[in-house]
Design a protein around this ligand. Structure first.
Ligand SMILES: Cc1ncc(COP(=O)(O)O)c(C=O)c1O
Ligand SMILES: N[C@@H](CCSC[C@H](N)C(=O)O)C(=O)O
Length: 446
């Protein structure tokens, strides 16, 4: 029986609404086979900042934002199925909408959304087989290092940590056993820059089957599209810039090769790590403001990096001309991002600065609207043992700043007060400068 529409002016189930019902939420014709295994990207027509906001949800109510399909299971029209979705582990309309939107902004044909950034790397590394080799950096997010160490110790995977800022170091270990080259740029927390196109070229030349995988968490798609630079797979922690408010955990994978996409979708369905409908909604909402958040965050970060450098601290930030890989960074990215690190030369002083800050929250993570301060060796990278940290030249006193959207003068005032209170600076008639500062010295070697 027909039900009245919202105006009460006649039946809701008209020929037009029946036609609409054959379209999915993005207005695409429903394919005959189940769509969750083959979501396709919308094509980009506008500038990225526009595309971030622009989505079409053509449901029968004209919803402006994607509804949260908070349902584990879906009714079928017959015992053999008939509905596009059957079970949320396998696919959910809110997640599909998000994945299509992400594919569009990541310049991919397919994106997959999972429960965390580490979940994304887990899905990717399940493509590995015992005996496969992975080449990766010697400055990496601690959780990435932990998962790779697990694979090495338990799954028979060989892991080479090399200086990925040098293409020749990667070339030296590439072979027909290389299954993956896993890159992070800028690296977390030393802010080293990696030549994605150079490494992709040499990797594919030496082994056409090697997958070049880029963790794009530090930049996000608004600043870098690794798939356009020769990468085969890009993944990100959606917990960071993509969502932007530290209210969800999420991970995203994007590819252009349909076979790779299908293999990773299989893992997501088989293991049940797909992003929940509610978190898919929140990630979708967050993504829409990515451009404006990043613009403000990196403007603030630039001011703070310049402030610290001008007071004699050794600062690592690709927005500073003193960064030794400044040109390389700007060849692969459209902005410097909002994470920077600096050293004080003394672990106890660093500890006092972090603990004296008020506006800057002492937290791991980054990419959020509020500013954070941390000591990576004790926090985000504590899972890398002290000996390895030392071998990889990770300074124990390094402080990481993850800059948010607050008023930059407030951030600088709070940081200045913390530096003074911690005894990190010598106060002179002209102002203050880092104790024992080599005043010329920003990053002498990254
Ligand atoms: C560079 C980088 N990649 C991946 C991850 C993992 O993301 P998640 O915390 O969402 O699992 C993090 C942080 O956690 C990170 O900093
Ligand atoms: N206890 C966590 C630490 C997460 S660090 C989060 C983020 N990637 C960062 O760099 O701050 C863990 O051990 O994974």
């Amino acid at each position: 029986m027909a039900t009245p529409n919202s105006n009460g002016n006649g039946p809701a189930v008209t020929a037009a609404s029946k036609a609409l019902a054959r379209l999915d939420l993005d207005g695409h014709d429903l394919p005959p086979s189940p769509a969750p295994s083959s979501p396709h990207a919308g094509r980009r027509r506008y500038a990225l900042a526009t595309e971030l906001v622009y989505t079409e949800t053509k449901d029968q109510y004209g919803s402006s934002s994607i509804p949260i399909y908070q349902s584990a299971t879906f009714k079928q029209t017959s015992s053999s199925g008939g509905n596009e979705y059957d079970y949320t582990r396998s696919g959910n309309p809110t997640r599909t909408h998000l994945e299509r939107h992400l594919a569009k902004i990541m310049n991919a044909t397919r994106a997959l959304a999972v429960g965390s950034g580490m979940g994304a790397l887990d899905v990717i590394t399940r493509l590995l087989r015992p005996g496969d080799e992975v080449i990766t950096g010697d400055d990496l997010y601690g959780g990435t290092n932990r998962l790779l160490t697990y694979l090495k110790n338990n799954q028979g995977v060989v892991v080479h940590h090399v200086d990925t800022t040098n293409v020749d170091r990667v070339r030296e270990v590439l072979s027909n056993k290389t299954a993956m080259v896993l890159l992070e740029t800028p690296t977390n927390p030393l802010i080293k820059i990696v030549d994605i196109p150079g490494i992709a070229r040499v990797s594919h030349e030496i082994n056409s089957k090697a997958l070049v995988i880029v963790d794009n968490t530090m930049l996000s798609p608004i600043l870098c599209n690794p798939l356009d630079l020769g990468a085969d797979v890009v993944y990100e922690s959606g917990t960071k810039y993509l969502s932007g408010h530290h209210d969800i955990m999420a991970g995203v994978i994007a590819v252009n090769d349909p076979e790779l996409g299908d293999k990773m979708y299989f893992t997501i369905n088989a293991t049940g790590c797909g992003l929940s409908p509610n978190d898919s909604f929140l990630l979708m909402r967050g993504v829409k403001t990515l451009a404006i958040r990043m613009e403000k965050q990196q403007t603030n970060a630039q001011r703070i990096a310049e402030f610290l450098e001008s007071h004699g601290f050794k600062v690592r930030y690709p927005g500073l001309k003193s960064h030794p890989q400044y040109d390389l960074h700007w060849a692969i990215a459209r902005g410097a991002g909002a994470v920077l690190s600096f050293e004080t030369g003394d672990v106890a002083v660093s500890e006092r600065i972090v603990e004296a800050a008020r506006l800057w929250g002492i937290s791991v993570s980054f990419g959020c609207v509020n500013s954070l301060i941390s000591m990576p060796c004790r926090m985000s990278h504590a899972s890398i043992d002290a000996k390895t940290r030392q071998e990889r030249q990770m300074p124990e006193d390094i402080i990481r700043l993850c800059v948010g959207i607050e008023d930059v003068d407030d951030l600088i005032d709070d940081l200045s007060r913390a530096l003074i209170q911690a005894g990190a600076v010598a106060i002179t008639l002209d102002g203050f400068h880092a104790n024992d500062a080599d005043v010329d010295g920003a990053v002498s070697s990254a």
